[in-house]
Design a binder for this molecule. Structure first.
Ligand SMILES: [Zn+2]
Length: 291
């Protein structure tokens, strides 16, 4: 080396440095993009994302039509907000409706106080008619869209709806098996199936009249009266009488009349038959034996 600058060497180094810098920048850019594409964990309630995956609870800061985690379609922030508000509104409404029905039932009971003063039937409690009343206590009163519990709640609402659907389906299967037993002349077995079905779907009222028929065959008079009374009271309170659900109430009245006759309470039996005839004035003949 004699102090002369090796221009070639310098140039080469300069070029290498530039290339390295470019590579680093590209790598950096790639990493940033990757990060954007991966999204971040979130409940879809932040204000700065553009796409949201409801399945993975991922928020994307860039428009991402499909989730990079699960491949499902995402929603925009605007869609997410609308959905959330609708869902929460629905939830509040159903809570309010439940509350109103509970109050209506309690008021109805008050008007029936004289009739029921000597009875102590478990079903007089409103909870009896609700398939998921126990869930209610578990949920604190929420909820605004930016509630931090929103994810939990959302899942909870969905799970409850799913469970209700599954219970109803199982309940229908049990009912069908009960009906089969009835056809085969096995009311005791049918009674058991209907009872299992009711445990799953307490507001599925046809189960009570079905079970009442089974109970009638094995002469469990009190059970018949209780099941039929449940149906009739419910209709009286919420449908303002028996005419809205004629078939169901007709069955309940006639079956209760038969049981009351078995208990030798002829006056009460006659009253039920009269009420039944009011529903279907043309069918006098089938009821005559209860008069
Ligand atoms: Zn996803």
């Amino acid at each position: 080396m004699d102090g002369k600058v090796d221009l070639d060497k310098l140039e080469r180094k300069e070029k290498e440095r530039a290339e390295r810098k470019k590579r680093e920048e590209e790598e950096d850019k790639r990493r940033k993009e990757e990060k954007l594409r991966a999204g971040r964990d979130g409940k879809g309630i932040a204000k700065d994302y553009l796409s949201f995956c409801k399945n993975c609870y991922k928020e994307y800061m860039i428009l991402m039509p499909k989730c990079t985690q699960c491949g499902k379609e995402t929603v925009t922030r605007e869609q997410r907000m609308k959905e959330l508000e609708a869902k929460l509104g629905e939830y509040k409404n159903s809570k309010a409706t439940k509350k109103m029905r509970r109050v209506k039932w309690q008021n109805w009971l008050k008007t029936q106080a004289i009739r029921y003063s000597k009875m102590s039937t478990s079903y007089l409690k409103w909870d009896y008619f609700e398939s998921d009343s126990s869930d209610e206590e578990k949920n604190p009163d929420p909820i605004v869209p930016d509630d931090p519990n929103v994810k939990m709640l959302e899942r909870d609402i969905e799970e409850r709806a799913k469970r209700r659907r599954e219970n109803r389906k199982q309940s229908e299967e049990l009912k069908a098996r009960g009906n089969e037993y009835m056809k085969k002349g096995k009311p005791k077995a049918a009674y058991k199936k209907y009872t299992q079905a009711i445990e799953l779907s307490r507001d599925y009222f046809i189960l009570y009249t079905n079970r009442a028929l089974a109970a009638l065959k094995i002469e469990k008079w009190n059970d018949v009266v209780e099941d039929c009374t449940k149906v009739l009271d419910y209709c009286d309170c919420f449908d303002n009488g028996y005419t809205k659900n004629k078939d169901l109430c007709y069955k309940a009245l006639v079956r209760r009349a038969a049981a009351l006759q078995g208990m030798r309470k002829f006056d009460l039996a006659k009253k039920d038959v009269d009420d039944a005839l009011l529903l279907f004035p043309g069918v006098t003949a089938t009821c005559n034996r209860y008069r």
